[in-house]
Ligand binder design. Structure first.
Ligand code: PLP
Length: 390
């Protein structure tokens, strides 16, 4: 028996959320920014209510139980055990990534990314005065893979100092296999390139796939990496601003700690600290019901495309709740598609261009919503496609 009702429509309008309130257009359906339209797990809501009832919200001391919750989650859920003293907390995974870049580079260095990739990677690299080096993922047979020859050629460039890995990958939907991660990690080790692993999507993995923490693969990888992670995507609590960096090497960790302080992102709030513990310690059952719901939304979407829009290609979704669709058949750029969908159908998706996908038009659809919302979005998309494809 299902305990949680993911079909429930929670009206988010008027809650000052980016997704629903950052538009003046009445009736706009947002399926772009990566948060979910589900209420978070009950244990998290209750823990926050208890904390709110206390009524005093001074500066936060992060307790030992917080670190134990992070360690416990990764050990239980992902089979990766690390020491609590390797954890540095901060306000988000983007601030985490940015601080690690600052710690391991100097302005003018290059940082390698695998495009298309999460757009904030580009700004984090640039904001640290570094240069973006692109290892384009190879698109074929409805999925993406790594061009390892190109990867090694770029990693071997002495000005490349770090590789910013996205595992699982947004927006390609890949959950990298141990083999793929090993090859990437070994190439980086060979050329002295530090690995920054953004693993924020680690818990949202579809049946048949398994997330492997990059740092768990070997002691050498562990020492040559920093993992940036959070419970915020998993439990839909991004607004509470809490994230962690796991860095085993003492020297590297000291540098990251310094960067976190220079960037003034070293203080977190009581709600994030409370929510993380309720998430990791008490909300696994909620996640276990969420994942099949997302999978069933994905299956529904695939059937809908196959039946009504077979000319658009839905990529395999191994992880994340962000579906990547090849819209080449529409004969338009992704930014044209996005603005025509907004103007004509009041449907807000993200276009592939912002992720550095310049070869073909893609759109990204966030399917972490009640089924009825997904159906509404798909019908809007179909209406648009029927208008332009005769
Ligand atoms: C790969 C990746 N990293 C980081 C973030 C955002 O992290 P935060 O909100 O904790 O800064 C996202 C959000 O979509 C993401 O996809």
């Amino acid at each position: 028996m299902a305990k949680f009702n993911f079909d429930e429509i929670v009206d988010r309008r008027g809650s000052d959320c980016v997704k629903w309130d950052e538009t003046d257009v009445d009736g706009m359906l947002p399926m772009w920014v990566a948060d979910m339209d589900f209420r978070t797990a009950p244990a998290i809501i209750e823990a926050l209510q208890r904390r709110a009832a206390h009524g005093v919200f001074g500066y936060e001391h992060v307790p030992q139980s917080y670190y134990a919750a992070v360690v416990g989650w990764f050990a239980r859920r992902h089979g990766w055990t690390f020491r609590p003293e390797w954890i540095i907390y901060t306000t988000g995974v983007v601030p985490a990534v940015s601080a690690v870049i600052k710690a391991v580079t100097v302005p003018g260095d290059k940082v390698l990314v695998q495009t298309p990739v999460y757009n904030c990677f580009f700004s984090s690299i640039r904001n640290n005065g570094c240069i973006i080096e692109e290892n384009k993922l190879v698109y074929s047979d409805g999925t993406y893979s790594v061009d390892f020859e190109d990867f090694e050629r770029r990693v071997a460039d002495p000005s490349v100092k770090a590789f910013l890995l996205c595992n699982p990958h947004n927006p390609a939907g890949r959950v990298w296999t141990p083999d793929e991660l090993r090859r990437m990690g070994e190439i980086c080790l060979r050329h002295g390139v530090f690995v920054i692993a953004d693993e924020i999507h680690c818990d949202i993995v579809m049946p048949g796939y398994k997330y492997t923490p990059f740092a768990s693969l070997s002691d050498e990888f562990l020492a040559n990496s920093a993992t940036c992670t959070a419970p915020t995507k998993t439990f839909n609590i991004a607004g509470l601003q809490i994230a962690n960096i796991i860095a085993a090497d003492d020297t590297v960790r000291k540098k990251i700690d310094r960067a976190i302080n220079i960037n003034e992102v070293c203080d977190v709030g009581p709600f994030g600290v409370v929510a993380l513990q309720a998430a990791y310690n008490e909300s696994e059952g909620w996640l276990d019901e969420l994942l099949p719901y997302i999978k069933s939304n994905y299956d529904y979407l695939c059937d809908f495309f196959a039946a009504h829009m077979p000319m658009l290609k839905v990529l395999r979704l191994e992880g994340t709740y962000l579906v990547w669709v090849d819209c080449t058949a529409l004969g338009r750029t992704s930014s044209d598609i996005i603005s025509e969908l907004k103007d004509g159908e009041k449907l807000w998706l993200n276009g592939g261009d912002i992720y550095g996908e310049t070869d073909r038009p893609f759109v990204r659809i966030n399917i972490a919503c009640p089924r009825a919302t997904l159906v509404d979005g798909l019908n809007r998309l179909l209406h648009y496609v029927e208008r332009i494809v005769k």
